[in-house]
Write a protein of this length. Structure first.
Length: 84
């Protein structure tokens, strides 16, 4: 029985056009629709909600579009709705 393998960039490619939750190395997280990415996992999201973890809890900001640097991404959760 053959086991199918899914490479990381293939998984991200399957997420284009759908919602994704991005956890950054700093205190920020983002949810939005993935428009595209490159080989360095730099990502463009639209309809974005930015979550900033502060001592008073999460603060949110709405953004139309954002470019995230792949070097600062810690985790990607396909279909994720963000921290709640």
């Amino acid at each position: 029985m053959a086991t199918s393998q899914l490479l990381p960039l293939e998984l991200i490619d399957k997420c284009i056009g759908s919602k994704i939750w991005v956890v950054m190395k700093n205190e920020k997280e983002f949810t939005g629709k993935l428009l595209g990415f490159d080989d360095f996992v730099n990502m463009v999201l639209e309809d974005v909600t930015e979550y900033e973890n502060t001592q008073d809890g999460y603060k949110t900001h709405k953004l139309d579009q954002i470019l995230l640097n792949g070097n600062n991404i810690c985790a990607l959760i396909p279909g994720g709705t963000g921290p709640v």
